[in-house]
Design a protein around this ligand. Structure first.
Ligand SMILES: Cc1cc2nc3c(=O)[nH]c(=O)nc-3n(C[C@H](O)[C@H](O)[C@H](O)COP(=O)(O)OP(=O)(O)OC[C@H]3O[C@@H](n4cnc5c(N)ncnc54)[C@H](O)[C@@H]3O)c2cc1C
Length: 469
C-alpha cells in the first residue's frame, strides 16, 4: 500500500528543463544538479525508494527562495523544501522530480527578545544550534525530536519530542511564520503577541503542512526559562502494562512531569548495549521534573508513590547534571541503539498516539502483536502524551516489507479504534496517506480544497499527505 502511494508521479520534462536553465543562470554555485547532491536530498528512512529531485538550491536568503518559487510556478515544476532530511515518512522525496530547496545556509538567528521570551530564526537553524546560542540568556527552546532537526522541518512536520508533555509541540511553540506562497510573494502570518484573535489562524495552517502549502523563510518561536532545578531518573516495571498504568496515573493526577518516556525491555537491552548502561532489562520509565528544589523533590516523591502502587521498582532520582545527561543522551540515541541490535536489517520507525486513558491497552496489544508475529520491534515513546513509536527491524525483501506493512496497518487500526491518530509527531508524508483517509475521511477533502486554493498548480511538495483528486 505504501509503495503504491509513493509511486513516481508524472514529470513535467519541458518545465523542468526550463527551470534548470533559469536557476543555473540566476543562482550560480548555489544551484547544484550533480547526482550525489540530488541523492542526498531524497534519501528516506523507510523502504520507500529514493525519488531524486532534478536540482538542489542552497538558499541563502528569502530572495533566493522567491526566485525558485517564481521559476517553478511559471513552469509548473515541484518545489520540495529540505531541512535536515530526518523526517520518517518519505517527506523529502521528489516523486515528480523538481527542485529541492536546502536551508542549511539559511541558519541565522535573526533576533532574540529575551524580555518577551521569544526569538525569530531562519528555517535552517537546528534545535541544538538554537539552544547553544541561547545558553547564556537563561532561556531554552524545549522541542527536541531525536534528530538534530531544523526549525523549518520541525515546524513543517508539527514535531515534538520528550518535553512535549510539559511544553507542548511545535503547534504550541510557533508564534508566527513568514512564508513564500505560490505567487512568489512573502507573507507573515502573525505578529509576536502571545495571543491573537486576528482572523484565520494561518500560522497553524502552515505548521504541519509538510511543505505542501508554501515555503517557510522565518519562524518566530516561544522560549522558556531554564528551570532553577532539574531532577530525573528511571524506574523499572514488571511488565509494559504496569509501566503504562503508572504513566496514566501520573498524568491524571496532574503531576507536572517535564518528561515521562517509556522504553520496553528490548529497547532497554538495546540502550544498555549501545550507551554502556547497566539498567534492568525490563519495561522502564525515564522521567524528568523541572522546578525548584522543593517542587522537584515533591514531584519525585509523588511519582515514587505512584510507581510503587503500580508494582514498579525503586525510583532513584538525581539532580546531578552529568548523570541526567547520560540518561537522556541514551534516550535520544534510542533509534541508533535499536539499529545496532541487528545492523544487517532495515528499520522502520512508526508512531501512533492515543488518548492517555487508552495508552496501556494500546501498547499492551501492540506488544502482544509483535510477539505473536515474531517481530524484532522495540517500543519507545513519549508516553505522557499517549504517543509511542515502534521501530520494526526487518529483512528488506518483498516478504519482509509485506510483513511490516501488515504490522503498521494493524497498529494504525488499533490506534484509530481507540479514537487516536495515525501519527502523533512524524507526519503523513508518503507513508501514511491511506491512514489519514481512514482517520479523517471527509476532512481530507477540505484539506484538498485548501491545497487547491493556495497552490493551484500543485507545485509545493506534491505526492505528500494526500493524493489530489
Ligand atoms: C533518530 C530520529 C529520531 C526522531 N525523533 C523524533 C521525535 O522524537 N519527535 C519528532 O517529532 N520527530 C522525530 N523524528 C523525525 C524528524 O526528526 C522530524 O520529523 C523533524 O521535524 C524533521 O526535521 P528536518 O529538519 O529533518 O526536516 P526534513 O526531513 O528536511 O523535512 C520535513 C518536512 O518539512 C518540510 N520542510 C522542511 N523545511 C521547510 C521549510 N523551510 N518550509 C516548508 N517546509 C519545510 C519538508 O518539505 C518535509 O515535508 C526523528 C527522526 C530520527 C531520524
Amino acid at each position: 500500500m505504501v509503495l503504491a502511494d509513493a509511486k513516481a508521479g508524472t514529470r513535467n520534462e519541458a518545465g523542468i528543463l526550463a527551470v534548470l536553465g533559469v536557476l543555473k543562470q540566476a543562482l550560480g554555485e548555489r544551484f547544484q544538479t550533480g547526482e550525489s547532491f540530488r541523492a542526498q536530498h531524497a534519501h528516506t528512512t523507510t523502504y520507500i525508494p529514493s525519488q531524486l529531485p532534478d536540482g538542489v538550491v542552497f538558499a541563502e536568503t528569502s530572495e533566493d527562495v522567491r526566485t525558485v518559487v517564481k521559476a517553478c510556478a511559471e513552469h509548473k515544476v515541484p518545489v520540495i523544501p529540505f531541512g535536515t532530511g530526518s523526517s520518517l515518512e518519505g517527506q523529502v522525496n521528489a516523486p515528480q522530480g523538481g527542485i529541492s530547496i536546502d536551508f542549511s545556509r539559511m541558519n541565522r538567528i535573526l533576533e532574540v527578545n529575551a524580555e518577551d521570551l521569544d526569538c525569530t530564526v531562519e528555517p535552517g537553524v537546528t534545535r541544538e544550534q538554537l539552544n547553544t546560542y541561547l545558553r547564556d540568556t537563561g532561556l531554552f527552546f524545549p522541542i527536541d525530536p531525536g534528530a538534530n532537526a531544523s526549525i523549518g522541518g520541525m515546524a513543517s512536520t508539527r514535531a515534538s519530542g520528550t518535553n512535549a508533555v510539559r511544553y507542548g509541540t511545535m503547534k504550541d511553540n510557533v508564534l508566527s511564520v513568514t512564508v513564500v506562497t505560490a505567487n512568489g510573494e512573502e507573507i507573515r502570518t502573525a505578529r509576536r503577541a502571545k495571543k491573537s484573535s486576528a482572523g484565520y489562524d494561518l500560522t497553524r495552517l502552515f505548521v504541519g503542512a509538510e511543505g505542501t502549502l508554501g515555503v517557510l523563510t522565518s519562524i518566530t518561536l516561544r522560549l522558556q526559562g531554564i528551570p532553577q532545578k532539574i531532577a530525573g531518573g528511571a524506574c523499572a516495571f514488571a511488565d509494559i502494562k504496569a509501566a503504562c498504568d503508572a504513566v496514566i496515573m501520573t498524568i491524571q493526577m496532574g503531576v507536572p512531569v517535564a518528561r515521562i518516556e517509556l522504553l520496553d525491555a528490548v529497547q532497554m537491552r538495546a540502550c544498555n548495549r549501545y550507551s554502556g548502561l547497566t539498567y534492568d532489562e525490563k519495561p522502564t520509565l525515564f522521567l524528568e521534573f523541572h522546578g525548584t528544589d522543593e517542587t522537584v523533590a515533591l514531584q519525585s516523591a509523588q511519582f515514587a508513590e505512584i510507581a510503587a502502587e503500580c508494582g514498579g521498582g525503586e525510583f532513584l532520582w538525581t539532580s546531578n547534571a552529568e548523570e541526567r545527561n547520560k540518561l537522556w543522551k541514551a534516550r535520544h540515541d534510542a533509534y541508533w541503539a535499536c539499529r545496532a541490535l541487528a545492523p544487517e536489517l532495515a528499520a522502520l520507525s512508526t508512531d501512533v498516539c492515543v488518548p492517555i486513558s487508552r495508552l496501556a491497552e494500546c501498547v499492551a496489544e501492540t506488544q502482544a502483536d509483535i510477539e505473536a508475529h515474531g517481530l524484532l520491534a522495540p517500543i519507545v515513546g513519549h508516553a505522557g502524551d499517549g504517543n509511542f513509536h515502534v521501530l520494526v527491524l526487518f529483512d528488506e525483501t518483498p516478504e519482509g516489507i509485506a510483513m511490516v506493512e501488515d504490522f503498521v496497518t494493524r497498529l494504525n487500526a488499533r490506534a484509530l479504534a481507540m479514537d487516536g491518530t495515525c501519527t502523533g509527531e512524524h507526519g503523513i508524508g508518503q507513508g501514511k496517506m491511506a491512514f489519514l483517509e481512514q482517520e479523517l475521511g471527509g476532512a481530507v477533502d477540505l484539506m484538498r480544497q485548501i491545497k487547491d486554493s493556495l497552490d493551484p498548480d500543485a507545485i509545493f511538495n506534491p505526492g505528500k499527505i494526500f493524493r489530489r483528486h
